[in-house]
Ligand binder design. Structure first.
Ligand code: FE2
Ligand code: FE2
Length: 510
């Protein structure tokens, strides 16, 4: 059995470069190292075997430590043969999957405590980096014991929020040293900002401590810094196509239009469309691949394919038509066959084995990718519904989903308020937006949107499902079959409309 078969059989996810590294070793040793790395990844809750893990195993081996005996049979092949094979498997368009960790826990009190501590540590350090030297941060304990009416900035997690009889906004924030009751007075500029606070937000609050209360003058969120939009350093046009919310199996899945998009990927269309298709090397799909079963009451009435395995089998038939030169990354959504609680693991092999091929990568939700030097955050967007209900200014969010993405980037968190949507309270909070993404891709809302926020390109890739009865009853208008294609060299985003047949597509059919 060669290395590639072992990887496939054991359903291992490897970081780019791992196979090449292993191929430079004698075949039997490569397999031993791979299996030891699998064990280590499992122990450290990584879902992807990284180069770092491989290096760790190799260094232990060099120090003479014992490596577990490989429990599978191997056909030996020499290093040159393995190297040639790995080279042939190296994708022409490298895409690094940067999210490796497994987010699991036992749901104990300790897990919750570590989860929130971890979130607080990450977000408060971002806030501290934003603070100007003239306005240093003090702990809540220090602020309480400082000179009366001295100005300070405290950082904490928002716990309670209510309007007082006088119309002021009162909230509590907590850090490692204590709890502070804060008051934003009505008709003062800080009131507007304080109204935007969400429970569990980690924020900086400027104000004055007086007679047991912190009188709020300003509120700051961790924010993504203002940057120039990052472009790929390349002489040729390289593009990413964005998809989400196919909902295969639903009676509203717009199969004929999706087939048109598949034709486009394969060069059917006008000269301009052909040029765009030629530039596409990556296809990112942000979840809700199928409609699923039992996702909401009486869903079976909305399904044409009532078996979830058949839904994924149909999906495979479609996605296999995307040319092999394109790297495809697929994350799950709330309709897919994985646990609801986020972060969600990649789609399990039992559902998608028909799609196990070199250019298709199953990634967790959310997931960080790196493509040509750009950091891309892919998230299905399930928290959207809960977040919208939190803020008045998001009243039109179903028309403008980019506004919710902006709020996530401001708060540096994909689902700030715990308990609104199921989140795994793992010791590390996997929903923190750890760095400023160059591209933030999401779906779930079935409404296309794009926006440049502080240098992050926000893209919602709409849906391939038509208007459902539920959407109709809620007065929400989806925008199906509009595919965003982003040119990484020029930074130009084109939205291709597959609702109408272009002249080129008509010719392609003839
Ligand atoms: Fe969806
Ligand atoms: Fe969804």
């Amino acid at each position: 059995m060669n290395l590639r078969e072992v990887v496939r059989q054991r359903k291992l996810l490897l970081q780019n470069g791992v196979l090449e590294k292993l191929a430079s070793l004698p075949a039997a040793q490569a397999l031993e190292v791979l299996l030891e790395a699998e064990k280590k990844a499992e122990e450290s809750r990584q879902i992807v075997i990284t180069l770092e893990t491989i290096d760790g195993v190799l260094s232990e081996k060099n120090q003479g430590k014992k490596i577990a005996q490989a429990p599978v049979e191997v056909e030996t092949q020499d290093a040159a043969q393995a190297q040639a094979q790995a080279a042939a498997e190296t994708p022409s368009a490298p895409m690094k999957i940067l999210s490796f960790k497994k987010y699991d826990c036992d749901g104990t009190v300790e897990d919750f405590v570590s989860h929130f501590r971890n979130r607080f540590a990450k977000l408060s350090s971002m806030l501290k980096n934003r603070v100007s030297a003239a306005n240093g941060v003090t702990s809540i304990e220090q602020a309480k014991s400082s000179v009366e009416r001295r100005k300070s900035r405290i950082i904490g997690m928002v716990e309670n929020k209510s309007i007082t009889k006088k119309g002021n906004l009162r909230f509590e924030i907590e850090d490692e040293t204590g709890v502070m009751t804060c008051v934003a007075q009505q008709n003062k500029p800080a009131m507007e900002k304080a109204q935007e606070l969400w429970l569990d937000d980690v924020v900086g609050v400027d104000g004055i401590y007086s007679q047991g209360l912190f009188l709020v003058e300003n509120v700051v969120w961790p924010e993504v810094p203002v940057r120039q939009k990052k472009l790929a350093q390349t002489d040729e046009d390289v593009s990413i196509a964005f998809l989400s919310d196919l909902h295969v199996g639903s009676k509203y899945f717009l199969e004929d239009r999706f087939e048109k998009a598949l034709g486009f990927f394969n060069g059917v269309g006008t000269e301009e469309e052909k040029e765009i298709a030629k530039s596409i090397r990556y296809v990112l799909i942000a979840g809700d691949m199928v409609d699923g079963i039992g996702v909401y009451p009486s869903q079976e009435k909305q399904l044409v394919t009532k078996n979830v395995f058949e839904q994924y089998s149909l999906l495979a038939q479609y996605l296999k038509k995307i040319p092999g030169r394109m790297q495809i990354a697929i994350c799950p959504g709330n309709h897919d066959a994985v646990r609801d609680a986020e972060p969600q693991p990649p789609l399990p092999s039992e559902f998608v084995q028909e799609l196990e091929q070199d250019n298709i990568h199953f990634i967790p939700n959310p997931c960080w990718l790196e493509i040509m030097g750009l950091k891309i955050l892919v998230y299905h967007g399930t928290s959207f519904d809960a977040l919208v209900s939190n803020t008045q200014k998001l009243g039109d969010a179903f028309e403008h989903p980019e506004k919710v993405a902006v709020e996530m980037l401001r708060r540096r968190h994909l689902c700030p308020t715990y308990g609104e949507k199921p989140i795994i309270p793992s010791p590390e909070d996997g929903m923190v937006i750890e760095e400023a993404p160059d591209i933030f891709h999401f779906g779930h809302v079935h409404k296309n949107a794009s926006f440049d926020y502080n240098g992050t390109v926000i893209i919602n890739s709409g849906a391939w499902q038509g208007e459902t009865d539920y959407q109709k009853s809620m007065g929400r208008k989806p925008t199906p079959c509009l595919m965003p294609v982003y040119n990484l060299r020029t930074g130009v985003l084109k939205i291709l409309d597959f609702n109408e047949e272009s002249e080129g597509q008509k010719r392609g059919k003839a």
